[in-house]
Design a protein around this ligand. Structure first.
Ligand SMILES: [Zn+2]
Ligand SMILES: [Zn+2]
Length: 319
């Protein structure tokens, strides 16, 4: 386990009318930390409590298998595809793999691949400074400002009507005919992401009830669950955790989310070396997405993979 809430590596400055002022103020109190954790954990606990209540009449093993399968496909579509491949170019892939990753990522219902990549590249370009689409640090460091910041970073930013400029942040994707089509069909992939488990649940159980429960658990609940895991990387992983590497922002490694996020919660390492195919670069840091890319490499589906090197890691190490 990593020590949590270590001090930031760099004091960030933002320009004000009177000149640069430090962005970071007082550290959060234990009470504030507690509020943050309650907001995160109670809804999850409620969801888990619903499982035994529904077991036997509204939830079956089939629903669970379908939900986990859809979760794995959609999550890897986002982490391996949308994030490490399309946004950061951590490896090269052929056309069928590229299209498959674009579609699998769309199954997570987090926006089209071009929208996601443009927003995320902007996040890295302005991480935790003005211009970052989803930093929790944009409103200040008082308890109220942090709650507002957490909400904004977690999901509030998506309700803004401003959309990142695709021409500026994703010109390479716009030039790719396949990806323009995959992006344009985002509504179709969303419908498929919800309809597929319903179809399979209905066919395998041979009942309308089976279709309905699969739609609920493997469709809706799975999408909502995955949303919160991904959003937590934007919110929690820019607030809480350890920072073993130097990065220009507040990105942190938050170990409790490593498995569910499939390696994406090693977010400090990622911001320190964004194009690296592996985010969990330290001993014992499980990174399922990196392992998936490794399998792709063995299968010949991925090449020129940017694996971490000891020399690059040492240069960015802060302790
Ligand atoms: Zn980040
Ligand atoms: Zn990134």
């Amino acid at each position: 386990m990593q020590p949590s809430s270590s001090a930031p590596n760099v004091r960030f400055v933002t320009t004000t009318a009177s000149g640069p002022a430090p962005l970071l103020g007082e550290r959060r109190t234990v009470a504030q930390q507690l509020v943050l954790k309650v907001f995160l954990l109670v809804p999850f606990a409620a969801l888990i409590a619903a499982v035994p209540l529904a077991w036997g009449w509204g939830l079956s093993w089939l629903d669970i298998v379908l939900a986990v399968s859809m979760y794995v496909i959609a999550t890897l579509g986002v982490t391996v595809g949308y994030h490490r491949y399309f946004t950061h170019g951590a490896f090269k892939a052929n056309r069928p793999v590229r299209i498959a990753l674009g579609i699998a990522g769309s199954f997570a219902v987090q926006g089209s691949v071009i929208f996601w990549v443009a927003s995320h590249r902007r996040h890295h370009a302005y991480a935790d400074r003005e211009g970052d689409p989803h930093s929790p640090w944009l409103f200040g460091t008082s308890p109220g400002a942090l709650l507002k910041g957490f909400w904004h970073a977690h999901m509030g930013w998506m309700f803004s009507r401003d959309v990142t400029n695709y021409e500026r942040f994703a010109p390479d994707l716009l030039r790719d005919d396949d990806l323009r089509v995959v992006s344009k069909l985002f509504g179709v992939w969303t419908a498929a992401s919800l309809a597929l488990p319903a179809l399979l649940g209905g066919l395998i159980s041979w009942s309308w009830w089976g279709a309905l429960t699969a739609f609920f658990w493997a469709g809706l609940v799975r999408v909502a669950f995955l949303h919160h895991v991904t959003w937590s990387v934007n919110s929690v992983c820019h607030m809480i955790g350890s920072r073993p590497f130097a990065s220009r922002d507040r990105a942190a490694n938050f170990w409790p989310l490593a498995i569910l996020s499939m390696g994406e919660s090693w977010h400090n390492s990622h911001h320190a070396d964004p194009t690296c195919a592996r985010h969990g670069v330290l001993r014992g840091q499980i990174d399922i997405s990196a392992r998936t890319i490794w399998i792709f490499e063995k299968l010949g589906w991925a090449w020129d993979v940017r694996w971490p090197t000891a020399e690059r890691l040492a240069r960015r190490r802060t302790n």
